[in-house]
Design a protein around this ligand. Structure first.
Ligand SMILES: O=c1ccn([C@@H]2O[C@H](COP(=O)(O)OP(=O)(O)O[C@H]3O[C@H](CO)[C@@H](O)[C@H](O)[C@H]3O)[C@@H](O)[C@H]2O)c(=O)[nH]1
Length: 349
């Protein structure tokens, strides 16, 4: 990727697994500087040391900024001279947002507004925001706050964001993210305890971290203002996922525990309304921003008016992996590969 020559990239929420994977992808590129913006000084310190150990040549290009997207001034202070932003800072745990929804509003909604306004004022070139399938037809507080975040992105793009191109990516479950089901299942197998399955028929899209970064990079390279990018992804049932993890790490059996707060049977990556407007770009879909203004009478339609596609794009109707396919997929996650050697503690989550 050459478009980073002499440029500065800022990653909000940059100490997480996404930020670490972005850096891994960019080791060999010619960007000038990467700014990691996040709240936790301990995580920044750990990342700094890891970088110095593993890639000293990269470490000298990375600068760390303590701040919080909730605090507009801290965001502005970190943004001088920035060309590109990957906005990954978020509260993303479904159960905790369900119990503390205003915290999700402060980080995911107001925090995003702070990032976008600072970016527009500073004349940042491009901002790619990370959203989730849980924002499509949302039923839980995390998804609703991310849906509001998306509305803010599209409104800014539509209302005019100066020279700043703002776009959005939406993705499904990133396998082995902190607190997610696969590491939990592996831990239970290590302790000889049965796997706790909520509903064996639930489905989830499965992506690895490299695919998540590829999607953001694709959006970065192809975005028009207000575009939403979605990566086509396979899915498996949780029953098959539990089978697959046991096939790789050992048999302990399964206990069905029932659905948790705010969970859906399946996730939607693209709604019926979005699908009608989607452009198929091979491995990705682009949903362009509806850039009309509020004077609807100045527009006209030739032929029939169509409001939605027949079907949304969901984890129930996408490519379905069987147990063997799920085994192959989970083995693409670095965490699983390390866990096979008993080294999962070294994985960045
Ligand atoms: O003990 C468990 C825990 C989870 N599950 C199921 O496994 C699937 C995945 O669960 P989990 O890994 O906790 O992910 P989600 O709740 O789907 O949410 C994840 O995926 C989102 C993106 O869709 C992220 O934003 C969230 O942070 C992340 O937790 C779901 O169907 C759960 O019902 C179980 O069967 N047993």
């Amino acid at each position: 990727m050459s478009s980073f020559a002499g440029k500065t990239l800022m990653i909000t929420g940059g100490t997480g697994s996404f930020g670490n994977t972005v850096l891994k992808h960019f080791v060999d590129t010619d960007f000038e500087e990467v700014r990691i913006f996040s709240r936790d000084e301990k995580k920044q310190d750990d990342m700094r040391h890891r970088l110095q150990e593993r890639s000293p040549e990269l470490a000298s290009k990375v600068r760390f900024f303590i701040g919080d997207v909730r605090n507009a001034q801290s965001v502005r202070d970190a943004m001088h001279g920035v060309d590109y932003i990957f906005h990954a800072a978020a509260l993303k745990q479904v159960p905790s947002c369900e119990f503390f929804p205003m915290e999700a509003v402060r980080t995911n909604v107001i925090g995003t507004d702070n990032v976008l306004h600072a970016a527009i004022d500073e004349g940042v070139d491009r901002v790619v925001c990370l959203s989730t399938d849980k924002a499509a037809y949302p039923i839980n507080a995390m998804g609703k706050s991310k849906a509001m975040m998306e509305s803010i992105i599209y409104a800014n793009a539509r209302n005019g964001a100066g020279r700043t191109t703002i776009c959005c990516t939406r993705y499904g479950n990133v396998m082995c993210s902190r607190g997610s089901v696969i590491p939990l299942f592996i831990d239970r197998i290590r302790r000889g305890e049965p796997l706790t399955v909520t509903d064996p028929n639930m489905t989830r899209f499965l992506m690895n971290l490299d695919e998540a970064v590829d999607l953001v990079q694709f959006a970065f390279e192809n975005a028009n203002p207000g575009d939403l990018f979605i990566q086509k992804a396979p899915a498996s049932t949780i029953g098959d996922l539990a089978e697959a993890v046991q096939e790789v790490f050992g048999r302990v059996g399964v206990k069905v525990i029932g659905t948790r707060h705010g969970e859906k049977l399946y996730e939607t990556l693209m709604t019926c309304e979005e699908r009608l407007r989607a452009e198929d770009m091979g491995d990705y879909y682009r949903v362009a921003c509806d850039s009309r203004d509020l004077n609807y009478e100045s527009f006209f339609v030739e032929g029939d008016v169509k409001t939605q596609a027949d079907e949304a794009y969901t984890s129930h109707n996408t490519e379905r992996l069987d147990v063997a396919g799920t085994v192959a997929k989970i083995k693409t996650a670095e965490y699983v590969r390390l866990a096979l050697e008993g080294r999962e503690r070294e994985a960045v989550q």
